[in-house]
Ligand binder design. Sequence first.
Ligand SMILES: NC(=O)c1ccc[n+]([C@@H]2O[C@H](COP(=O)([O-])OP(=O)(O)OC[C@H]3O[C@@H](n4cnc5c(N)ncnc54)[C@H](O)[C@@H]3O)[C@@H](O)[C@H]2O)c1
Length: 317
Amino acid sequence: MASARKVGIIGLGHVGAHVANSLLLQGLADELYLCDVKAQKVLSEAQDLHDSLTFVPFNTKIVNVGDRYEELASCDIIVNAAGNVAMAAGNRDGELFCTTDSARSFANRVVDAGFDGIWVSIANPCDVVCTTIWHLTNYDPKKIIGSGCGLDSARLHSEISKKCGISPKSIDAYMIGEHGFSQIAAWKAATIAGKPLSELACEYPEQYGFDQAEVEELARKGGYVTYEGKGCTEYAVANSAVRVCAAVLHNEHAVLSASTLMCGQYGEEGIFTSLPCVIGAEGIEQVYTLDLSDAELEGFHKSCQHIRDNIAQLAWW
Ligand SMILES: NC(=O)c1ccc[n+]([C@@H]2O[C@H](COP(=O)([O-])OP(=O)(O)OC[C@H]3O[C@@H](n4cnc5c(N)ncnc54)[C@H](O)[C@@H]3O)[C@@H](O)[C@H]2O)c1
């Protein structure tokens, strides 16, 4: 019998709870380890998820580990959704001190307890939190994956799809850089069926000649349209993080936009940010650079600088 696939989730708020539910519905984990500093919250989520077991594809062991982070050590994946989304109202940077302090409270405890799996980190500001986990633990950076612009790229597909009527799944386009307001769309490298969008715009101007700046802004700000009426975003972010989990658990070598350590891409290094990555059982296998226009390249560097400026505010660093 294959060994059990174990996924831990730290932070059982809107996002963590939806990650747990999505993992259950997709039958991706044999054992789910739930962790939150709010004892009743994690107890209630564990109860609710357990009550779903009649309806999901496979039986799943659901374990309430409270705030005993060391009990996550045997997990294949730990999803970090620990934060306080109310502080991100208006700007994800509002959670800078909260989520980095959270990471400080658990990252070393988990690693010192022997964790050897993959971090999938969602908490915002996502790129700073990923860099923090790496900085604190000296963990293999390939095994730290930020959900980063995975969600923003899906938002870009969604907005392009609304304009041209093509399925979001058939659009190969990436938001890159910071998972925040400084992210940029890599338009020059955007394709459908291998054809650059710019070529399609010449051939079918009515369908593809849309205003790219407008679409980019809709993708960049889409999260705040969702936030406005819900006080959170939850379905799409959870699905994007679970997509990363699936790529790891099935060793897919899937190309997904994710936040990863820059090691000289476009001359950037020492921070996590998003580019298209090949993701498999060992984490990030490859990081691709795209053919960017001069303006896109400048935007990418500005985005990296924004991440550095945020890190510079962390007095304990
Ligand atoms: N990267 C993305 O695409 C993306 C999208 C949406 C939300 N987010 C981020 O995900 C995080 C979670 O969002 P949410 O809406 O679920 O927030 P939330 O406020 O609803 O829940 C956060 C949960 O984390 C718990 N928590 C805080 N510190 C903890 C710690 N040290 N250990 C264990 N649990 C802890 C809290 O008790 C709470 O239950 C936030 O940082 C949010 O900004 C990221």
